[in-house]
Ligand binder design. Structure first.
Ligand code: AMP
Ligand code: GLY
Length: 427
């Protein structure tokens, strides 16, 4: 089977890595890919925002299976475009991707299905006064979200009602996120540790199977301080998330959501990613994503003992899913980011120390935002630049490997958190 991965970040590098190791896969292509992916797959340029262009690349390389990494092509209908041409595509149709494409739609679906989630209300342009009045009803922790996609940056979580009100005004005016923010979702703030549970679906709600849980670190700074990012690190397994908790989340959240989607006429395929908060009142869904998490993918895929190509093929074609297996080893990913990320990352700096890290056998280095300069050197090309994944028998060992490798990599202004998986390693 020839597999084509759409996207060019750390998640897609991990997916390409997993597919390249799959016995079911004879050749891997990536569009557009990145310099790290180039060593495992043939990279082809594509505009990932254009579903027809994606389907065109699938035709050009004669892909048997297209695995779509990021949310934007999914929301824009990449899976629909590829399947319309008679090829298999892993991921939800545009109708299923609405779960991530419109937070308002998602929250209404969850409320209708009785899924535990934060209390919320949505407001459009012209309803600023009602939005500000709703803020007053909340208790000290305010969450403001854009309805539409905002590259992981459209969420403000604050204890300051003034800051919350400023965000509401900036979103509704279109100043902050353009049309994506002209409808805002305001939520009560939940407290507790977060957990990412990614579930593989084949269109039959009752057949959905969870992958190993992972924990992500959303804030830029140590101790969960500073603004939210796309994710600064992750680890798996998660000692706090045993089989009982997973069963509970499947029963109270994931299955009711998939059944509610079925009632809306959506037969969901691909990955359904439940972002959860483990509150004192039990696990609650913060959000759904319609794709692998990044950097969760960089810890989950290396632990997966299944043939990734076969798992994606079964999901995409609606066949029975295989029993899922994970190695006992731990994986910890530390994201190395550019100076000034997440605001305006500085790019174009030469990365040094990469070869030595890539040669280690206790580390995988996934490229997230890199480019090849004309002289062949690898330079920074985005906010999140590299995802360094360590492995070990324990979280502590995996963490030590990741941090040891990270310490050997540098460029001007490079930043990373020093506390990824620290508490889990100590516990
Ligand atoms: P989202 O894009 O909806 O996942 O939100 C990004 C991040 O904002 C989450 O991972 C949480 O850290 C935080 N967040 C979102 N919703 C809430 C909430 N209702 N209460 C507390 N934190 C939240
Ligand atoms: N790591 C969070 C996300 O992928 O949305």
């Amino acid at each position: 089977m020839k597999a084509l991965v759409i996207g060019g970040g750390g998640r897609e590098h991990a997916l390409v890595w997993g597919l390249a190791r799959s016995a079911s896969v004879t050749e891997v292509f990536a569009a557009p890919g990145n310099p790290g992916i180039e060593s495992l797959a043939r990279c082809v340029p594509v505009d990932v925002k254009d579903p027809d262009a994606i389907a065109g690349v699938a035709d050009a390389v004669d892909a048997d299976l297209v695995v779509v990494g990021p949310e934007e092509p999914l929301v824009r209908g990449a899976v629909d475009a590829v399947t319309a041409r008679g090829r298999l595509a892993f991921g939800p149709s545009a109708s299923g991707a609405q779960l991530e494409g419109s937070k308002r739609w998602m929250k209404e679906l969850l409320a209708g299905a009785g899924v535990p989630t934060a209390a919320h209300a949505s407001f459009g342009v012209g309803n600023e006064d009602a939005a500000l009045a709703f803020l007053e009803t909340l208790d000290r922790l305010y969450v403001i979200k854009t309805d539409g996609l905002a590259a992981g940056k459209g969420v403000v979580v604050t204890e300051s009602i003034d800051e919350a009100a400023d965000a509401v005004r900036a979103y509704l005016s279109g100043e902050a996120f353009g049309d994506a923010g002209r409808t805002v979702v305001i939520e009560e703030g939940l407290r507790g540790p977060e957990l990412s549970l990614l579930v593989v679906c084949n269109g039959d709600a009752d057949a959905a199977v969870p992958l190993a849980p992972a924990q992500d670190f959303k804030r830029i700074g140590d101790g969960d301080t500073g603004p939210n990012t796309g994710g600064m690190g992750a680890y798996s397994p998660v000692p706090a998330a045993g089989p009982h908790l997973i069963e509970q989340v499947m029963a109270t959240s994931v299955l009711p959501t998939l059944h509610a989607l079925e009632r809306e006429g959506v037969s969901y395929r691909g990955v359904l990613y439940a972002g959860l908060m483990l509150t004192p009142d039990g696990p609650k869904v913060i959000e759904y994503n319609v794709r692998f998490g990044d950097p969760e993918c960089e810890v989950i895929i290396p632990r997966l003992s299944n043939d990734l190509g076969e798992l994606c093929r079964a999901s995409a074609s609606g066949d029975p899913l295989p029993a899922i297996g994970f190695s006992d080893e731990a994986r910890v990913t530390v994201v190395l980011a550019s100076e000034h990320y997440p605001a305006t990352p500085r790019t174009g700096d030469v990365i040094s120390g990469l070869d030595a890290a890539e040669r280690r056998d206790d580390v995988l280095v996934f490229h997230a935002g890199t480019a090849r300069a004309p002289d062949g050197s690898i330079v920074t090309a985005g906010g999140r630049v590299l995802a360094v994944t360590g492995t070990g028998a324990t979280i502590d060992h995996a963490r030590a490997a990741a941090y040891d490798a990270a310490a050997g990599i540098s460029w001007p202004g490079m930043q990373y958190r020093s506390d990824i998986a620290r508490d889990a390693a100590a516990g």
